[in-house]
Design a protein around this ligand. Structure first.
Ligand code: ADP
Ligand code: MG
Length: 257
């Protein structure tokens, strides 16, 4: 099995059942939108994929190219090529974005080869420049301290630049409750569109349909009360935009706890 395969995933948080048997597969090259009302478990799924210690998997599996991710630390998952964009990235005054990215890249290289001396600076500069040009980011951005005084849109831009630099195979972007302004939404959307390609699989988590005005997903899933209750194409997102989530609540009352 290639890509990310989530089978019958049950997750508890603080002894509360949140995910109740999620099945989801994301292959490289595909963009999946995961939608659902607040509290349905979207962020729980994102954190479970990355291995956050508060999220206890009680049943089911998460495989990546056949490897059992549940056996691995978040760090090891990241080195395998899974990337999670944080909803609320932390600021690190004193560390420039460029230094942060170089450290992240070196850590990835060292994981693959313990003898690795780190990426030579000229080579790194070249990569960073390429990525910034691809994402239409001003070059001065890399010299700023990470997320220090960044606007919402700039924080998102830094996340997307990190994603571009690390070149993950699967990226999980949790945008749900952050009340992103339109500038930040477009940044994420344009970034995803620029990086989209046969090597990248994306799980784009979003409460609102509006980001999907900018990103055309291949598949759309609706998570409700810890279960994926509907899957379809982009038309499913349009239906949500027109009708909201009420029809989901009515149709799936029986899965409500
Ligand atoms: P979504 O991202 O879809 O809004 P979440 O995954 O954040 O949903 O939350 C799903 C449910 O899990 C909610 O009922 C929420 O209150 C609960 N939950 C999430 N994180 C925690 C936590 N750390 N402690 C207790 N309950 C939590
Ligand atoms: Mg959330």
């Amino acid at each position: 099995m290639t890509g990310l395969n989530i089978n019958n995933l049950h997750v508890n948080v603080n002894d509360k059942f949140i995910l109740k048997g999620v099945d989801l597969s994301v292959k490289q090259g595909e963009v999946h939108a995961l939608m659902g009302p607040n509290g349905s478990g979207k962020s729980t799924l994102a954190y479970s994929i990355m291995g956050h210690p508060n999220y206890e998997v009680t049943e089911g599996e998460i495989l990546f190219n056949g490897t059992d991710l549940l056996e691995l630390s978040p760090d090891e998952r990241s080195r395998l090529g899974i990337f999670l964009a944080f909803q609320y990235p932390v600021a690190i005054p004193g560390v420039t974005l460029a230094n942060f990215l170089r450290t992240a890249l070196n850590s990835r290289r060292r994981a693959n080869n313990s003898e690795d001396k780190g990426i030579p600076i000229p080579e790194f500069r070249k990569i960073l420049k390429e990525k910034m040009d691809l994402l239409e980011v001003d070059h001065s951005f890399a010299g700023r301290y990470l997320n220090d005084g960044f606007s919402g849109g700039e924080k998102k831009r830094a996340e997307i630049l990190q994603m571009a630099t690390l070149e993950p195979q699967i990226a999980v972007l949790d945008e749900t409750d952050s009340g992103l302004d339109i500038d930040a939404l477009r940044t994420v959307a344009e970034g995803v569109n620029a990086l989209r390609g046969p090597d990248l699989g994306v799980l784009l988590i979003t409460h609102y349909q509006r980001i999907l005005d900018y990103i055309q997903p291949d598949h759309v899933h609706i998570l409700y009360n810890g279960l994926i209750v509907e899957s379809g194409g982009p038309e499913l997102a349009l239906q949500l935009e027109e009708q909201g989530y009420d029809w989901i609540r009515e149709k799936f009352q029986e899965v409500a706890a």
